[in-house]
Design a protein around this ligand. Structure first.
Ligand SMILES: Cc1cc2nc3c(=O)[nH]c(=O)nc-3n(C[C@H](O)[C@H](O)[C@H](O)COP(=O)(O)O)c2cc1C
Length: 183
């Protein structure tokens, strides 16, 4: 297994204070191998509504900050709930800001999913992100059903997944795919 340091940037589709999607990203960050660092994006909730008139020289600073992190990242992790059989508006808005930019095409991406439901949003995101030319690494997919559970039950599930190596296994699969693509 390689020890090359990887930087992964994590995008959360929920703005909820006690979001289970975010908790899963935090679990990945906190239990990642030493050579993988994960930063969770905190900008998505602050982005203005996308307007193509505001691209180019008028691009908002938060969009540029998010895009620069994406440029620097070896890969992206997306954890996103399903809202009304769709992608949460705030998250789709963040993706819309990235569509015409050059940071995302061919960037490797893995899904971390915190619900036993929500398969439709995974399919929708796969379509949108593939259209944006991201490379989805299916073998790294991680599902940990934290949604709807008490705080204690969530903590127990995270502990169990960490002990079983489930979190690290997904990250190592993601790393392998990233390194294979990098040659
Ligand atoms: C407004 C709203 C709409 C939702 N619609 C769906 C849905 O269509 N399908 C589904 O599986 N879950 C749906 N859910 C449940 C969320 O996807 C689920 O609670 C998710 O895990 C919440 O993620 P979070 O804890 O990261 O905020 C909905 C939740 C909300 C608040």
């Amino acid at each position: 297994m390689s020890d090359r340091s990887l930087f992964l940037y994590a995008l959360c589709g929920s703005q909820r204070r006690v979001s289970t999607s975010r908790r899963l990203l935090e679990a990945l960050r906190d239990h990642a191998p030493e050579s993988i660092s994960i930063e969770i994006c905190d900008l998505i909730g602050d982005l203005p509504i996308f307007n193509p008139d505001d691209e180019g020289e008028r691009t908002p600073a938060d969009v540029i900050a998010m895009a620069e992190k994406i440029r620097a990242a070896d890969g992206l992790i997306v954890s996103c709930p399903e809202y009304a059989h769709g992608i949460p508006g705030g998250f789709k808005n963040a993706l819309d800001w990235l569509v015409s930019r050059d940071e995302v095409p061919f960037k490797p991406l893995m899904f971390a999913h915190a619900s036993h439901r929500g398969d439709l949003v995974l399919a929708l995101l796969t379509d949108v992100l593939s259209t944006m030319s991201l490379h989805i690494v299916e073998e790294a997919f991680l599902r940990l059903p934290l949604a709807g559970k008490t705080d204690e039950a969530q903590a127990a599930l995270v502990d169990e997944a960490a002990q079983d190596g489930v979190l690290r296994t997904s990250l190592e699969r993601f790393r392998r795919a990233i390194e294979e693509r990098a040659g």
